[in-house]
Design a binder for this molecule. Structure first.
Ligand SMILES: Cc1ncc(COP(=O)(O)O)c(C=O)c1O
Length: 372
């Protein structure tokens, strides 16, 4: 008697798995390179390493790993409440902000429902939507950014969620607060607007929307943020959502009871208190962006001016250039799966890492030209 494997629903079979940035060890193994010499600028991580305060908090929390974490995240929520001026029942903690995006789809999408998002927007929006058997409505981008008028027009009676990334990954585009609030106000009240602010801390303070403040006016707005980027905790997987208490209640019902581990909670509390680290990270990023722009200008490589910690550069034959960069020990992110086959996305690194990328890109472009 043979045993057939269980059959997943067709909408699961059709999912295209998320492709992460290549880990350093994989590239070292595959290309016989010394891992210590490889530069990874592929996942929009903070290049500085964690702050000493975060490391101390993790070490202290490590003594308690035999216990389950606090499933409600009391202390972290308390810190967020004081920082954001919201009530604890308006918060949802996530295993990365990715978790918040997933929880939104779990709580609000049924098979047959639809979610609206922009072309070239973060890959998890279609993934999480399709994983629920719901329909994704991808709205053509304008100048590589969100076309909010077209997104508003794309909302159908079946639409339950609209995703907006501000700034957006992988394009680095940004929507000014006035236009964004007008959009949120225009969305029907029974459609949840998931405003993904994973790169919020990299924005100039004057460019930041008062999105959390808007929640009182728009109960269908959920804001997601992360500790993975400017706070430097990507490996720990921790993020949060801020929203109307009723919406938070629904998301908290569908999350697993201990979705955020204890080390992550302790680290996030320490990171949230360390304003200097975040401020220094933003300043370093600003200098890194300027360095990358100058280097790309010198190479006559067009790029999109970024509001995040990465730059989308139009290199032409991106698959070939990417392969060449890997051989030079530089990992960046190909974005063909985002409908951008001529582009590569490079995360802002430390100054020497940015220089390594620019030098490798110079050689890769020259090599291609000589081969033509
Ligand atoms: C726009 C955007 N949203 C959300 C995330 C998810 O990050 P995390 O789950 O680490 O918080 C990312 C990560 O790259 C992102 O670029």
């Amino acid at each position: 008697m043979t045993h057939d494997a269980p059959v997943a629903p067709d909408y699961v079979q059709r999912l295209a798995p998320y492709v992460p940035g290549k880990p350093i060890d994989d590239v070292a193994r595959e290309l016989h390179l010394d891992a210590a010499t490889i530069v990874k600028l592929a996942s929009n991580e903070n290049p500085r390493g964690p702050s000493a305060k975060v490391l101390a908090a993790i070490a202290a929390a490590a003594a308690d790993v035999t216990r389950y974490p606090d499933g409600f995240g009391y202390h972290l929520k308390d810190a967020l409440v004081r920082r954001l001026g919201v009530a604890p029942n308006q918060l949802v903690l996530g295993n990365g902000s990715n978790d918040i995006l997933e929880l939104a789809t779990m709580a609000y999408l049924r098979q047959g429902d639809a979610a609206v998002y922009s072309q070239h927007a973060f890959a998890v929006y279609p993934l999480a939507t399709h994983a629920r058997g719901a329909q994704g409505i991808e709205v053509p981008a304008r100048d590589l950014g969100h076309d909010l008028a077209a997104m508003r027009a794309a909302i159908t009676p079946n639409t339950r969620i609209v995703f907006v990334a501000n700034p957006n990954n992988p394009t680095g585009t940004w929507i000014a607060p006035v236009a964004l609030e007008a959009f949120v106000a225009s969305v029907p009240h029974d459609v949840l607007v998931v405003l993904d602010e994973a790169y919020n801390e990299y924005l100039e303070p004057a460019d930041r929307a008062d999105s959390v403040g808007w929640i009182a006016k728009y109960p269908n707005l959920a804001v997601s943020r992360t500790f993975s980027k400017a706070y430097g905790l990507a490996a720990l997987r921790i993020g949060y959502g801020v929203m109307n208490a009723d919406v938070a209640d629904m998301m908290n019902r569908v999350r697993q009871p201990f979705n955020v581990n204890a080390l992550a909670q302790a680290a996030a509390i320490a990171a949230l208190a360390d304003d200097v680290y975040v401020e220094e990270s933003r300043a370093l990023n600003k200098r890194g962006l300027a360095q990358l722009y100058a280097g790309l200008d010198a190479l006559r490589v067009p790029y999109v001016r970024s509001h995040g910690n990465f730059v989308l550069a139009k290199v032409g034959d991106a698959a070939r250039i990417n392969q060449s960069l890997l051989q030079h020990g530089v990992i960046v992110r190909p974005v063909a799966s985002y409908g951008l086959p001529e582009y590569l996305r490079v995360s802002v690194g430390l100054p020497a890492e940015n220089e390594r990328f620019l030098a490798a890109l110079r050689e890769s472009l020259a090599h291609g030209a000589a081969g033509r």
